[in-house]
Design a protein around this ligand. Sequence first.
Ligand code: AMP
Length: 547
Amino acid sequence: MLPGRMMDFPLTLSHLMERARTFYPRSEIVSRNPDKSLHRYTYADFYARTCRLANALTRLGVKAGDRVATLSWNHYRHLEVYYGVPCMGAVVHTLNLRLHPNDLGYIARHAEDSVVVVDRSLLPLFEKFKDAVPSIRHVIVVPDAGPAPEGTLDYEALLAAESPDFDFPQLDENSASMLCYTSGTTGNPKGVLYSHRSTVLHALACCMTDVTGMREADAVMPVVPMFHAAAWGLAFDAVLTGAKLVLPGPHLDPPSLLDLMAAEKVTLAGGVPTIWIGILALLDQAPNKWDLSSMRSMLIGGSAAPPSLIEGFQQRHGLEVVHAWGMTEMSPVGTMAKVKGPLRQAAHEAKSSARASQGFALPFVETRVASDDGTLLPWDGETMGELEVRGPWVASSYFSDEGADRYTKDGWFKTGDVVTIDSHGYVRICDRSKDVIKSGGEWISSVALENALMAHPAVLEAAVFAGKHPKWDERPLAAVALKEGQQVTKEELTAHLAGQFAKMWLPDDYVFVPQVPRTSTGKFLKTKLREDYGDHLLKNPKADAAT
Ligand code: AMP
């Protein structure tokens, strides 16, 4: 081999931040506070405060590789932690505030978090699991809703005491930058440890014209939380390109999102289908109320976007929706549904079908379909198999080495999604190999609920499965068979579960059956349950059940 003679320059997040300070110091970051007032500052301010944070964390003894957790909404201080922590060589660990305290305790303990940065408004949640995490040395409170209480450190006071300069170290591009946990649909949640290199490469690919096409002139609003799959990398893409960032804070209801989009002239926004379903319904009711003429692209992913949603935005409001697929294990973006080549000239139906698909792979992501025995399947748009992927921003293993069974012998990652791929490369997700329930973009494990239900003295069998829901996409339903001579009401079952699960996990309804249907090998036959009862909530939705 004749080696190339190019510099081995590390791909690190510090470069993104330095670049933003040098070339885009006046680009804005706008955050909405819990009281709906707006906080505005520039990339130059962001850089200086991130330096102050790095100085403060150094003074608190944070070392390379230490995990600094966040329990925060999308706002500017969360962004400072997103950069300050990895750029000083430590690892930012985003905790998902929608999880049950027991799960949060497990995850923070598993990650051995040593510092937690928590919004004042989320402190009551943190209090519920902090005792489960003996590794925590410091609690830093972001004063979003009142001052930091005694025994904690005030984020603003810490920053105020520090210098706005910090000499960020030259890091190895393969060093860890961020830790995100999967939702643990089978067994416990597993950690995915991104590197500087993987995050930078992911950002470069995502900003390509035929992916998000993000650019300096954009105003980018990640509705997708920064605590779930790194907000799809949108906060990294924005700093890379110098785009304006609009961070919505805790208010994610459709009217306040629309207010913010219109006021800040948002051009690019990303969120799960549930968010967009609510927004479309409101726009349909009041088509002229909000001026969205700046909006050029709305990204949808995290669960399947219904074609009617994509078409509805396009046809009734002239708004472009781009459907994307990804996973926490993939940083997270893997495919994007841009209409390409001959399909642009094709009939409306073919174009719509491409748009409604999960899209084709980003550069450097490779996709293939395999059967259960590992045989590779054709890209004919019909043959279903498990999607396997590889690429520089796909996890090579989990933190603490669990989950080795998710990899093939030749090093591809098994996604657990059952798909077809057509001759153009468009992936279509047909089902999940696991029976996880996705409600408003969050996962609900049917097995955990079943196990708890079956621990009730009156219950013989219980199978929890997804019911379609007009607002939340899916909600859990439970089929329950009682022990002979026993009786129990739906309310009693809910009360039994309520102490163990977050409210959004509780089934919306129960059906009492003589026996749960089974497969030939004795497993619960959930496809049959979905066939029989999957539409039940569409006729009978409980609108407030998942909040
Ligand atoms: P998470 O790691 O929580 O982001 O979840 C990843 C999983 O969400 C994937 O394996 C898919 O099952 C599902 N998913 C993500 N995006 C889509 C999409 N556009 N359509 C259908 N399912 C999706």
